[in-house]
Design a protein around this ligand. Structure first.
Ligand code: NAD
Length: 494
């Protein structure tokens, strides 16, 4: 990939996008459409079909019909594996086109998007394709007169609802294991980042996935997402997004067919730096990158930086220096290190948090403003607040933007207390050379992921999931398959 290739793709016109149902592109039944605004310059990139409840009915019916036909659900796992590999190959073949399209849609810097979006999605399809013909049933240790068999069966119809950050990567974390397990899937992408998942649907079809097995329905969350959540023929809902919507999905399940609901929600992840960290410069750089890449629109972003009092002043200066030196600019420039904010609305929300943090007495070290306004796009300077009180809004609520809150702490016990003082429990980081302390912290921090002397890890082999109000269930790793399989027990009298 080089800049010339990216520049050739950046100005291509994007045709109007339909829904993808039953193996083909179609208009919304009522003909609705919406504009897609690019966060890079505020211009209209294309138009998108705006579905309603009856489009979801159609997509779910098509998914159910494909499931009942059995050409995918009953196919030998080795056959499904071949198609999953072809999907991965086609994603790779179209990687640059997908990455550029995604950046124009949601603003992630291309250097990150190319690896995190098509790169990670291809890897995920290959991983679950490779895994599925190694899943065995079990024989239970019953008394000798019976045979107790445990089968794994696909759950049926999986509804997938995806947020706007990393739609291909996060989408693939759910879609790939759901498909590998033999299910049919209906995906509802975020309003402001639908284009790459629509393209993925075409790729899946080209790779040989039978019609109806993978459908994408675009539209408003409160209409299309709600219709999927309330549908009586959806068996499992796999969601990544905010806690507010997660709560609604649990309610929809209770009001409809008690479908299983898996939630990957937000975080306010603590990154904890002790004075004995092995390399304070590296820790400061990773602390800045851990919050400011993709302009903070990363669920596991280390948005709270807890620093031991003895090194607090120097360390805050170092992090601020790294933050101020980050290369901001055109998200389609390979040198850019932090891209756009997804929408004007999200930018306004971020700036409101800045106002509230100032009002609460936090000290602004850098940033706090909109930048590059002349482009017409939505950009915000990496923002660092120091002396943040652990119970203040900026330390408790997820911003989902480029805002870092620094809080000094006195000792290990205080670090644990502050780290565990939010409703969330997604990710965390610990920087120390003390092996015993590292292990104590891994046990003491209430979070689904603890990084030690690093921050962030893209490897598909390790599960990602939260505790507390960061959700339930896991994406990635063999464990993700469990969400999309039912156990069936058979008693056979001998
Ligand atoms: P969001 O909750 O606003 O939207 C997520 C999806 O839900 C979108 O597709 C949206 O259209 C849909 N939706 C909205 N209202 C709905 C309703 N009433 N019923 C059904 N669906 C509805 O989240 P977002 O702003 O797109 O994404 C940011 C959030 O996602 C942040 O909280 C972030 O932390 C979280 N996130 C979590 C992870 C993780 O793995 N834990 C990863 C990425 C993002």
């Amino acid at each position: 990939m080089d800049q010339i290739q990216i520049d050739q793709l950046r100005g291509l016109s994007v045709p109007e996008q339909g829904l993808f149902i039953d193996g083909k592109t179609c208009k919304a039944l009522k003909g609705g459409t919406r504009d897609v605004v690019s966060p890079l310059d505020g211009t209209i990139l294309t138009r998108l079909a705006e579905a309603e409840e009856n489009d979801i009915d159609l997509a779910v019916a098509s998914a159910r019909a494909s499931f009942d036909r059995g050409s995918w659900s009953k196919a030998a796992p080795a056959e499904r594996k071949k198609v999953m590999h072809r999907i991965a190959d086609l994603i790779e073949k179209n990687a640059l086109e997908l990455a550029v399209l995604g950046v124009r849609d949601n603003g992630t810097e291309i250097s990150m998007a190319i690896k995190a979006e098509p790169g990670s999605a291809a890897n995920t399809f290959r991983y679950y394709g490779e895994l599925i013909d190694k899943v065995y049933g079990e024989i239970a240790p019953t008394t000798g007169s019976v045979l107790g068999l445990i089968h794994h069966e696909p759950v049926g119809i999986v509804g997938v609802i995806v947020p706007w950050n990393f739609p291909m990567m996060i989408g693939a974390w759910k879609i790939a294991p759901a498909l590998a397990a033999g299910n049919s899937v209906v995906v509802k992408p975020a309003e402001v980042a639908s284009l790459t998942l629509l393209r993925l649907a075409e790729i899946c079809s080209e790779a040989g996935l039978p019609p109806g097995v993978f459908n994408v329905v675009t539209g408003q969350g409160s209409v299309v997402g709600a219709a999927l959540g309330l549908h009586n023929d959806v068996d499992v809902l796999a969601f990544t997004g905010s806690g507010a919507v997660g709560r609604k999905l649990l309610e929809y399940s209770a009001r409809s067919n008690l479908k299983r609901v898996y939630l990957e929600l937000g975080g306010k992840s603590p990154n904890i730096v002790f004075a004995d960290a092995p390399d304070l410069d590296q820790a400061a750089k990773m602390a800045a990158y851990g919050i400011f890449r993709n302009s903070g629109q990363v669920c596991v972003a280390g948005s709270r930086l807890l620093v031991e009092r003895a090194i607090h002043g120097d360390f805050a200066r170092k992090v601020t220096e790294f933050a101020s030196k980050m290369r901001l600019g055109d998200p389609l420039d390979l040198n850019t290190e932090a891209g756009a904010i997804v929408s004007g609305d999200q930018l306004s929300k971020n700036l409101e948090f800045v106002t509230r943090a100032k009002a609460e007495g936090a000290s602004l070290l850098t940033g706090g403003t909109r930048i590059r306004e002349e482009t017409g796009g939505f950009f915000m300077a990496p923002t660092v607040f120091d002396q943040v009180a652990p119970d203040s809004v900026i330390a408790q609520e997820e911003v989902f933007g480029p805002v870092l809150a620094i809080t000094p702490f006195e000792d290990e016990a205080a670090a644990v207390r502050i780290a565990n003082s939010t409703i969330y429990g997604l990710a965390s980081g610990v920087w120390t050379s003390n092996l015993s302390r590292a292990h104590r912290m891994v046990r003491a921090i209430r979070a689904g992921v603890v990084h030690v002397n690093t921050y962030g890890g893209p490897d598909i082999t390790v599960p990602l999931g939260g505790v507390g109000q960061s959700g339930n269930g896991h994406d990635k790793s063999p464990h993700a398959l469990e969400k999309f399989l039912n156990l069936k027990s058979a008693w056979i009298q001998l």
